[in-house]
Design a binder for this molecule. Structure first.
Ligand code: ZN
Length: 139
């Protein structure tokens, strides 16, 4: 993992515990405890459930593995007013990301009136508007 010093966007620190035999399933709850490690191993962070007696409170500074995801997110607008719909959508996504300790920083927010057809269940993502098995959309 690459090193970046002095970042300004620091997400919540999450528990790095994983059960033996379940190597790909991490706890992921918010961490409060710090476990020092002898070089070359990195220190680790843990929640209350996975704390060990020698663990200490997380210090005021240190290193953290931070993941940056860059993706497009589409949500249904709650208003036909573009500005109102965009502000509400940005806020609801910010709150959703915060529930997992993430920090979002929207690069851009846009909206459009899109057409859809009821042949697919409501809520199912329509990814390919050019599906040859479906009749063409009316414009
Ligand atoms: Zn945990």
């Amino acid at each position: 993992m690459a090193y970046t010093n002095g970042v300004h966007v620091v997400p919540a620190i999450r528990c790095q515990h994983r059960d033996e035999g379940e190597r790909s399933i991490f706890c992921g709850n918010f961490a409060s405890w710090y476990r020092r490690a002898a070089a070359p191993f990195a220190p680790r962070y843990f929640c209350h459930k996975h704390k060990r007696p020698a663990d200490v409170e997380i210090p005021n500074d240190g290193e953290l593995p931070r993941v940056r995801l860059m993706l497009d997110v589409f949500v249904g607008g709650v208003s036909w007013n573009a500005g109102e719909a965009e502000r509400e959508a940005a806020e609801v996504i910010r709150l959703a990301i915060a529930t997992v300790g993430g920090v979002s920083s929207p690069i851009s927010v846009t909206s459009a009136i899109v057409t859809w057809r009821a042949a697919r269940p409501v809520g199912e993502a329509i990814v390919d508007a050019g599906d040859p098995t479906q009749p063409p959309l009316k414009h």
